[in-house]
Design a protein around this ligand. Sequence first.
Ligand SMILES: [Zn+2]
Length: 504
Amino acid sequence: MKRTTSFLLFLVISLQLCSLVVAQSDYTERIKEIIPQNQVEFNIYFLAADEFLGRDTGSNELDIASRYIATWFQTKGIGMVPGHDSYFQNVPFQRFFSPEEASFAAGDSVFILNQDFVAMNSVRGELDAEIIFLEYASRTELNEVDVEGKIVVAEAGLPGQTSPQQLFSTSQQKIEWAAEAGAAGLVELFTNPQFPWQFLVNFLGGERIAVMDNETGEETDIPHLWLNSVRHNLKPHFNTVSGTMASLSVLGPESEKFYSRNVVGFIEGTDDNLKHEHILLSAHYDHIGVVSNHLEPITSEYIYNGARDNAVGTAGVLAAAKYFSKHPPKRSVIFAAWTGEERGLLGSGYFAENPMIPLEQIVYNLNIDGAGYNDTTKVTVIGLGRTEADDEMMLAADSFGLEAIADPVPEQNLFDRSDNVQFARRGIPAPTYSMGLTAFDDEINYYYHQVTDEPHTLNYEYITAYIRSFVLAAQKIADRAEAPFWLPGDVYEQAGIELFGRER
Ligand SMILES: [Zn+2]
């Protein structure tokens, strides 16, 4: 009896294993068939071509790349997100330029742009107005005194809020309060010695872009300066000149508004219950443009092609779209190509703030991005060991002869440096599936954010296996009985508990 039972059990288990093995290699074979190497090559060669001029955010070339991705979705049978009539999510951006010329004179002191002050917004103009010196220009102070038509000078930050981050955040509030109170300008005295002044100058110098944080993108229309008061304490000076006239001028190009696009496709899951849960497969398709001080004409040697970073990942999402349109998994899948990653994870951040599907219905984000590879036997999963989908990713890699390894350079904090973090910090388990990287060595640095990152330098046999394993990992996660969650104790676990209303 015992023997029979165990023999039967053995038989049953063997049969199950067999069927698992068959199903497994079925998946592998069918992925190989649907994702041929020459198509992977085609997509990478195309997207990383010189004509895209490094796919800079806001460039017409990036828009053409977005059209290519959308057309791919369309012709492969990928739908639009329900309730939307486009594959594009327009992301409103604003481009800021540093002033060409600016000056600030108060009492017998004349302050010099960059050396003594920086412009915190892109308001342009010239004005002569009376100075009023306040302690912090807190909301209370601004309500108590008449600042109408005056240049308010005050210490940066607010009482008890003087860390660099707080200086920035309070600065945003204070300029709005000052404008509401009718001030003609706001000058903050910057006194934080831990924050290098030159860093601020570099950050605000040249050109930078940001997502518009309100609908109109209008800034307050009064000038806003930070004045370096670290080496010379300027408080006594402004105390003395309070009530006298000062002149301030900031000249140069004004900010520009523009749009760039996230490209988003959708396919419904096959399981009546699980289809309400979504797996987000994402890759940024932008890169860093051309060498900033290039000579004309722009030849190949000035173009950051971004083959590894991230034409490869984009090709991965395109491959996944093609595969899943033929074999939709149980859960629904969102395919996303993000803009603005290289400028600060901006496109993904906009989507996370303005999700086309409620975030609590996105149960997992498998992102595909990376710095490059130095080991063609590996897949480096940034976030292996942090979510419940380790087995799925390791098995998927193994099915294509690769070994999935965890982040070898945790000190580089790669997890928080790609688009996945926009979702992770809102609670969605979100690793990044990267090419085989075992260290930040010469091989990586030779290509990473360099003009050498060109499509002809890739090993396509490896890249194809890597992309196929990404698709298989996605399939396994999308078919999993339970959505994989954060492993206990992860820094983003609590956010996940809140987002999904889970009990722990
Ligand atoms: Zn990059």
